[in-house]
Write a protein that binds this ligand. Structure first.
Ligand code: NAD
Length: 375
């Protein structure tokens, strides 16, 4: 099986879908690896390291010729895959809901598109879960980004010149990114509180040494829904949450928002009026900015100031830690490919009745086959 790894074409994307480590492992399985020249440069991986791991390195067209699969971070433009034969696999974070036209074009070209963000949240698939691996790094980086914009220190400091109080950090949305943000802010010495709609997160927040701030009057999501994701809340819950946030947020120095609902715009958690109650110099990092934003006024790709509060809206935060994000992403892809590697056929074979395959497969035989996309 010939596997091509492309240099990412999307602006600002610094990650790469395979590393020398995963190239070596794929070669050991029996695959032939072709890596586009410069593919790893922005993640600090020189071409020579891919060659040393057993890959051929060269220009895109030559690397794509005869490939049975393409590994990518973001979905490549369909025109860039023109050299692929029908039936070839395109594996990546294909962003199916927002890139529907692109997915249709893959189908029209007869390609089999596999969206890694649709890996189901089951134990067997944990090592393939790109959302977890990337969110974890994003949660960490969000706190560092906030600290960099904050004109004060995070830990309490007792000095001969007097005491600096510890910063108060509030994390909204305690999934994978939020948990890592709590841990990171705690390590930096901040006083941390956090909130979520899923009742199960309360214990997780407290076990990390943070204070859980929860809507008490209206029931949230008890236990966890399918895959542990949140769903849209009732208007009554939203009103109670807004009241709670209003009373808490005015005393916070840094707020990190991470709340997402799969397949829907991000819930609005902070209004402009609430923002105005924060003291000047406070910082908000909106990790959901590309999904519509949790914070009113947040701008994708920009740091804006409103009422003296800085709202940080970096796009593609995992890409800001390109080396580590690539290492984890590449391992997620390797774990997926190796789980379905057929030794005799010396290639990946994806069984129709497998839950993981059913989750990730978007297109096949010229059709869009994903239930989530059809629905
Ligand atoms: P996510 O990125 O979809 O959302 C981030 C968080 O925002 C979630 O905790 C969600 O409950 C919260 N949220 C949504 N709407 C909100 C609102 N209005 N107000 C406040 N918070 C809101 O979530 P995620 O990081 O993908 O994780 C979701 C859960 O799935 C976690 O419990 C995680 O541990 C679990 N998970 C399980 C597996 C597995 O079993 N294989 C893998 C990964 C994650």
């Amino acid at each position: 099986m010939k596997i091509a790894v492309l240099k990412e074409a999307t602006e600002g994307e610094r990650r790469v879908a395979a590393t020398p480590e995963t190239v070596k492992k794929l070669v050991a399985l029996g695959a032939t690896l072709n890596v586009e020249a410069g593919a790893g440069a922005s993640a600090s991986i020189p071409d020579q390291d891919y060659e040393a791991a057993g890959a051929a390195v060269g220009p895109r067209e030559a690397m794509l010729a005869g490939a049975d699969a393409v590994l990518a971070v973001q979905g490549p433009e369909p025109e860039a895959l023109a050299g692929l034969a029908p039936g070839a696999l395109v594996v990546g974070a294909l962003d199916p809901f927002r890139q529907r036209a692109r997915i249709d074009a893959y189908a029209a070209a007869g390609l089999e598109a596999l969206a890694m963000e649709f890996v189901p949240r089951i134990t067997r698939a944990q090592s393939m879960d790109i959302l977890s691996s990337q969110s974890n790094l994003a949660g960490y980086k969000a706190v560092l980004d906030a600290a960099a914009e904050y004109g004060r220190a995070l830990p309490m400091m007792m000095t001969a010149a007097g005491t600096i109080p510890a910063a108060r950090v509030f994390i909204m949305g305690v999934g994978v990114a939020g948990l890592q943000a709590i841990a990171t802010a705690r390590r930096l010495g901040a006083i941390v509180s956090a909130t979520d709609v899923r009742a199960a997160t309360k214990e997780q927040i407290e076990s990390l040494g943070a204070k859980a701030i929860f809507v008490e009057k209206v029931a949230g999501i008890e236990g966890e829904g399918s895959g542990g994701y949140a769903t849209e809340m009732s208007d009554e819950y939203k009103a109670a949450q807004a009241e709670l946030v209003s009373s808490h947020i005015a005393r916070q120095d840094i707020v990190i928002t991470t709340a997402l609902i799969p397949g829907r715009p991000a819930p609005r958690l902070i209004s402009d009026a609430q923002l105005a109650t924060m003291r000047p110099g406070s910082v908000i990092v909106d990790l959901a900015v590309e999904q519509g934003g949790n914070v009113e006024g947040a701008m994708p790709g920009a740091i804006v100031e409103r009422h003296g509060v800085r709202i940080v809206g970096h796009r593609n935060v995992p890409s800001r830690l390109a080396a580590d994000a690539s290492a984890l992403y590449a391992r997620n892809l390797y774990n997926f490919l190796s789980a379905f590697w057929d030794k005799e056929a010396n290639r990946v074979i994806l069984p129709d009745d497998d839950e993981i395959v059913q989750g990730v497969r978007l297109t096949r035989g010229g059709q869009v086959v994903s239930e989530r996309l059809k629905g």
